[in-house]
Design a protein around this ligand. Structure first.
Ligand code: CA
Length: 229
């Protein structure tokens, strides 16, 4: 089974910009979907939940700002990281975007490098498990871009669920999570699996980590955490 990649929705009606953005994002290791209107974007985010949206200000059907307000007013989506793309460089527009809940703001023309750097920074801030940079603890290193885990620099065998679980723990070290929180955060709340399943995956994760298994701590009657202590 393929490990889920971070999905970024690009809402941009100018084909040349959409193409450049899509290319840069895929090069950086993200999945992308591109739509050309606010209506299509709204439809997309109802069906699939992207981890981040790049949102153009000027769209053919309604403004990106309007879509942003809609996203921020929705209970399911209000936390979704959004970066506004715009040709405008007026200070008041920037303020309007940030006032309406944009997490960041990029003025066209921008370099692909600047764009990917901003996305990484925002993902790291809002949902560290979706940043594509190498995550390490002790002798363990997880590379989200290539979906591999190394122990002392040697690639180890790890299952899909255990990979996701480890990635989540690495993004939130030294914090205890209950089984239901882990189910919610790692598997998503639409998945109907029993809390006991978490124990099975933790067990498998420890086995995969070999001598580094002690990183995954059981916190009695609470849940699990990743800790070097
Ligand atoms: Ca546009």
């Amino acid at each position: 089974m393929a490990v889920d990649k971070t999905t970024i929705l690009v809402v941009e009606d100018e084909p040349s910009i959409a193409e450049l953005v899509t290319f840069s994002l895929q090069e950086a290791g993200w999945n992308t979907f591109t739509v050309g209107s606010a209506g299509e974007a709204w439809e997309f985010i109802q069906r699939r939940s992207p981890q981040l949206i790049l949102l153009d200000w000027m769209l053919p059907d309604q403004s990106g700002l309007r879509l942003l307000s809609r996203i921020r007013a929705d209970r399911q989506m209000q936390e979704l990281p959004v970066i506004m793309l715009t040709a405008k460089s007026m200070e008041e527009d920037k303020i309007a975007g940030l006032d309406n809940g944009a997490d960041d703001y990029i003025t066209k023309p921008f370099s692909p490098r600047e764009l990917t750097a901003r996305i990484k920074a925002l993902l790291r801030r809002k949902s560290p498990e979706h940043a594509q940079s190498l995550m390490t603890v002790g002798a363990v290193a997880l590379d989200p871009a290539s979906c591999t885990v190394m122990l002392h620099g040697q690639k180890i065998d790890i299952g899909h669920a255990e990979f996701k679980l480890l990635k989540f723990f690495l993004a939130h070290p030294e914090r205890v999570f209950s089984r239901s929180q882990l189910l919610d955060k790692v598997w998503g709340d639409h998945v109907a699996i029993e809390e006991r399943t978490v124990d099975v995956h933790v067990l498998r994760l420890r086995k995969a980590l070999k001598e580094a298994e002690t990183l995954i701590k059981t916190v009695r009657s609470v849940g699990y955490m990743l800790s070097e202590k």
